[in-house]
Design a protein around this ligand. Structure first.
Ligand SMILES: *Cc1c(COP(=O)(O)O)cnc(C)c1O
Length: 398
C-alpha cells in the first residue's frame, strides 16, 4: 500500500465520510455550528484572517464550519475541486452568472430548463446587459449556431424539466470547448449519485439542494461545484460580498441527506420505472416521458451517461387543462405541490405552476403543454402510487 491515492474511497463512502473534521468533543455525527460570527485569539489573528493570510472562520455569510463540511462532501461526490453552498438553487445559478460573466456577454441555454431559471435569464440578467438565446436541448447544431463571439456560457439541465429529455453532456462540452465557453450543468434531477457532469467535460455543476440532496422536503438551499479558480475564488468572492449564504442548519440537513443519497436515488429510480411502465398502458394517457422507457428518444444515451433514470416522470392526458386539473384533484395520496425530489410523491401541473409565469413562447420552448402533469415519484410503495394515479384517471373521466 505505497500509494494512498489508489485507496481513494468510493462515492457511497465519500457521501458518508467526506468533509468531516471532529472537534475535541469527539462527536460521531457532524456538529451544527449555529454562530453568526467567530472569535479571534488576538487583534493580530483577526487581521490575518481578514487579510486571507491565515485560514479559518470569520463570519457565517462566507465561513461556517457546518456549511464547509457540506461543501467538501458535495465537491468530493461531484468530483470538483471546490464547492460553494448557497441559500437556494436559484442563488447558485445567479452567483455563477454574477461571478463569471460581464455585461455584454451572451448565454446560450437550453429552452427546457426550470421556469425560474428561464425567467432569471430573460427578465433579470437581461437588464444588466447579459443576453440569453434559447435552443432545443438535444439539437447540437442549434447550440453551435447560436454561439456568437461574445458567448461565454452554455447552460443546460439533463434530464430536462418536465420533459425528461437527455442531452449528451460530452457533445455539448466539446462545443463549449471549441468556442471557449463555459459549460454549466444543473444536476438537480440526477444528483451525483446517478450522473457526474464534471467527469463528462462540464466546467461547473449547479444544484438545488432543496430537491434530492435534502430528499425529504425540509430545507431550501443550493450549491455551485467546479474548479478552485472559478468556484473556489470567483463564485466564493461573489458570495462573500453579496451574501446569498446557506444557513448552517440547512447545511446540516443536507449533509445528512447526502449520506443516504445513493440508496434513495436507487429507490426513486426503481419506483419511477414501475410507475412509468404502468402509465404507458393507460388508454387516457397519451404520452409518458421517462428516460428508463425503451421508447424514450434518448434511452440509450441515458443508459450510458447515467447510472439510474431518476424519479421524475411526466405524462400527458387526453384533454386540456380542465382534464389535467380533474386528474390532480382526484388523487388522494400524492402531495399537490411543485416541489420534487422528496420521499413523498408530488404531482404538479407545470403550465399553471412552475412554468405559469413564463411567456407562452418560453412554455412552448420547454415543451410544457396544458395536458401535461409532472410526477416526482417518492419512496412510498409503488403499488400505492399506482393506485392513486388510477384514482386520478377515474376522476378525469368523470
Ligand atoms: C428547483 C430547481 C431549481 C431552483 O432551486 P431552488 O432551491 O428552488 O431555488 C433549479 N433548477 C432545477 C432543475 C430545479 O428543479
Amino acid at each position: 500500500m505505497s500509494d494512498r491515492d489508489e485507496a481513494k474511497p468510493r462515492l457511497a463512502t465519500r457521501a458518508v465520510r467526506s468533509g468531516q473534521r471532529r472537534t475535541p468533543e469527539q462527536e460521531q455525527s457532524e456538529p451544527m455550528f449555529v454562530s453568526s460570527s467567530f472569535t479571534f485569539e488576538s487583534a493580530e489573528q483577526a487581521a490575518a484572517r481578514f487579510a486571507g493570510e491565515e485560514p479559518g472562520n470569520i463570519y457565517s455569510r462566507f465561513t461556517n464550519p457546518t456549511v464547509r463540511t457540506f461543501e467538501e462532501r458535495l465537491a468530493s461526490m461531484e468530483g470538483g475541486e471546490a464547492c460553494v453552498g448557497t441559500a437556494s438553487g436559484m442563488s447558485a445559478i445567479l452567483s455563477t452568472c454574477m461571478a463569471l460573466l460581464n455585461a455584454g456577454d451572451h448565454i446560450v441555454s437550453s429552452g427546457g430548463i426550470f421556469g425560474a431559471t428561464a425567467s432569471l435569464f430573460s427578465n433579470h440578467l437581461s437588464r444588466f446587459g447579459l443576453e440569453t438565446s434559447f435552443v432545443p436541448l438535444t439539437d447540437y447544431a442549434a447550440w453551435e449556431a447560436a454561439i456568437r463571439p461574445e458567448t461565454r456560457m452554455l447552460f443546460l439541465e439533463t434530464p430536462s424539466n418536465p420533459l425528461t429529455e437527455v442531452a449528451d453532456i460530452r457533445a455539448i462540452a466539446d462545443i463549449a470547448e471549441r468556442h471557449g465557453c463555459l459549460l454549466v450543468v444543473d444536476n438537480c434531477f440526477c444528483s451525483p449519485a446517478l450522473q457526474r457532469p464534471l467527469e463528462l467535460g462540464a466546467d461547473i455543476v449547479v444544484h438545488s439542494a432543496t430537491k434530492y440532496l435534502d430528499g425529504q422536503g425540509r430545507c431550501v438551499g443550493g450549491a455551485v461545484v467546479g474548479d478552485a479558480e472559478r468556484v473556489g475564488r470567483s463564485v466564493f468572492s461573489f458570495l462573500r460580498t453579496a451574501g446569498p449564504a446557506m444557513s448552517p442548519f440547512n447545511a446540516w440537513v443536507f449533509l445528512k441527506g447526502l449520506e443516504t443519497l445513493k440508496l434513495r436515488m436507487r429507490a426513486h429510480s426503481e419506483n419511477a420505472q414501475q410507475v412509468a411502465e404502468w402509465l404507458v398502458n393507460q388508454p387516457d394517457v397519451t404520452r409518458v416521458n421517462y428516460p428508463g422507457l425503451p421508447e424514450h428518444p434518448q434511452h440509450e444515451l441515458a443508459m450510458r451517461q447515467q447510472s439510474g433514470f431518476g424519479g421524475i416522470v411526466s405524462f400527458r392526458v387526453a384533454g386540456e387543462r380542465p382534464a389535467a386539473w380533474r386528474f390532480v384533484n382526484g388523487t388522494e395520496l400524492m402531495s399537490i405541490t411543485a416541489n420534487l425530489g422528496d420521499a413523498k410523491s408530488t404531482l404538479t401541473h407545470p403550465a399553471s405552476t412552475t412554468h405559469g409565469r413564463n411567456t407562452p413562447e418560453q412554455r412552448e420552448a420547454a415543451g410544457v403543454t396544458e395536458d401535461m402533469l409532472r410526477l416526482s415519484v417518492g419512496l412510498e410503495d409503488p403499488q400505492d402510487i399506482i393506485d392513486d394515479l388510477e384514482r386520478g384517471l377515474r376522476a378525469m373521466r368523470a
